[in-house]
Design a protein around this ligand. Structure first.
Ligand SMILES: Cc1cc2nc3c(=O)[nH]c(=O)nc-3n(C[C@H](O)[C@H](O)[C@H](O)COP(=O)(O)OP(=O)(O)OC[C@H]3O[C@@H](n4cnc5c(N)ncnc54)[C@H](O)[C@@H]3O)c2cc1C
Length: 320
């Protein structure tokens, strides 16, 4: 952090500068707020070569997107610092002190958490190296790129059957790998009815040649040739150093999330949350939109105080 940024009192500090955090920063900086983004520079989709489903920027490299977002937010006066936050605490006066791994700290009135999630991968040799490339989790992010290829679906939970049925839309050459999980006969039937071949056995490694996935090894003996592997993951919130804030979390099939309302309020006054941290299913566009919505609400509440959601409730009327 440079000397201009150090020791300053910010209106808003944003921890995490992915799509959600940078979008919040852009809107807040344009609203003439003193805002700082502290970002470790490791967005969830960093292993992927391209971000898809993003109108106007379809196929952009994820790191280029963030570089561009950083420049845009900075051009309106947002301070961008590449560092990790190691702790954040609320003072008796209701402000926040945020400490960085470079030894510096900042004070802020409002704190936005936009740190995203980490995908927990099964511990299988060779899998992490293929992650985000030809080992993928999301058909909307990668389905088109692996269309008509030989796709294996590595089961990680009972929900994996749904994932396999969904990926079937992109390829008719599909294999389902229960990998030791017991599935009900009717679930397996659903797969075979769609032409998905169920292959028993433990997946012992993911094989690759010339930087391309070539298959999986089953029970350390048999190779199943594949071009791509779909791996449903569990998402863990990136809250290292931030637990002392005491924000509520909840657990669903997709993983643990910070509890926040539609505009980003958490259970702790002054602490907001956005992006994958509140919903691991959010795509880049949705995370950016949520960050922007949060920023507008936060800015409005700095003027007028907390908005009572009841005052915003719709009174429905039948169209004439
Ligand atoms: C392999 C893969 C491919 C994907 N492809 C697509 C796609 O094609 N299209 C699409 O729309 N979505 C895609 N996604 C989903 C996409 O990654 C998310 O929608 C998006 O990253 C969510 O943005 P975010 O801002 O919430 O979190 P992130 O983008 O993960 O950003 C969080 C930021 O916070 C930082 N951070 C975390 N902890 C700290 C800390 N303590 N201090 C400072 N900084 C911290 C991180 O370094 C990171 O830069 C993909 C996901 C994966 C896993």
């Amino acid at each position: 952090m440079n000397t201009e940024q150090r020791g300053r009192n910010y209106d808003v500090a944003i921890v995490g500068g992915g799509a959600a955090g940078l979008s919040a920063a852009l809107t807040l900086a344009r609203a003439r707020r003193e805002v700082i983004v502290i970002d470790a520079g490791t967005p969830r989709n960093a292993p992927a070569a391209a971000a898809h489903g993003l109108i106007g920027l379809e196929g952009i490299n994820p790191m280029q997107l963030l570089e561009r977002g950083r420049r845009e937010a900075a051009s309106y006066g947002a301070h961008i610092v590449e560092a990790s936050v190691t702790s954040a605490t609320k003072t008796d006066e209701g402000e926040f002190v945020v400490r960085l791994d470079d030894g510096s700290s900042v004070q802020t009135g409002q704190l936005v958490l936009a740190t995203g999630v980490r995908d927990e991968l099964p511990d299988i040799t060779g899998l992490a190296q293929r992650w985000g490339r030809d080992a993928v989790h999301c058909p909307y992010c990668h389905g088109w790129e692996i269309r008509d290829q030989r796709i294996g679906v590595l089961a990680t939970s009972p929900m994996s059957v749904m994932k396999a049925l969904l990926f079937r839309q992109w390829s008719e050459y599909m294999w389902f790998l229960p990998n030791g999980i017991d599935f009900a006969a009717d679930q397996l039937e659903q797969l075979t009815e769609k032409g998905i071949i169920v292959v028993p056995g433990d997946v012992s490694s993911v094989e690759a040649t010339d930087d391309h996935l070539t298959g999986v090894m089953l029970d350390k003996t048999t190779t199943l040739a594949l071009d791509a592997l779909a791996v449903p993951t569990t998402a863990s919130p990136r809250l290292e150093g931030l637990h002392d804030l005491g924000v509520d979390t909840s657990e669903s099939a997709a993983g643990v999330s910070v509890v926040a309302d539609a505009t980003g309020h958490t259970s702790v006054p002054g602490v907001w949350a956005t992006g994958n941290l509140v919903n691991p299913g959010m795509q880049v566009s949705e995370a950016a939109a949520h960050g922007g919505r949060l920023a507008m609400t936060l800015n409005t509440e700095l003027f007028f105080g907390p908005i009572d959601p009841a005052s915003m409730a719709n009174t429905s009327k039948k169209a004439a």
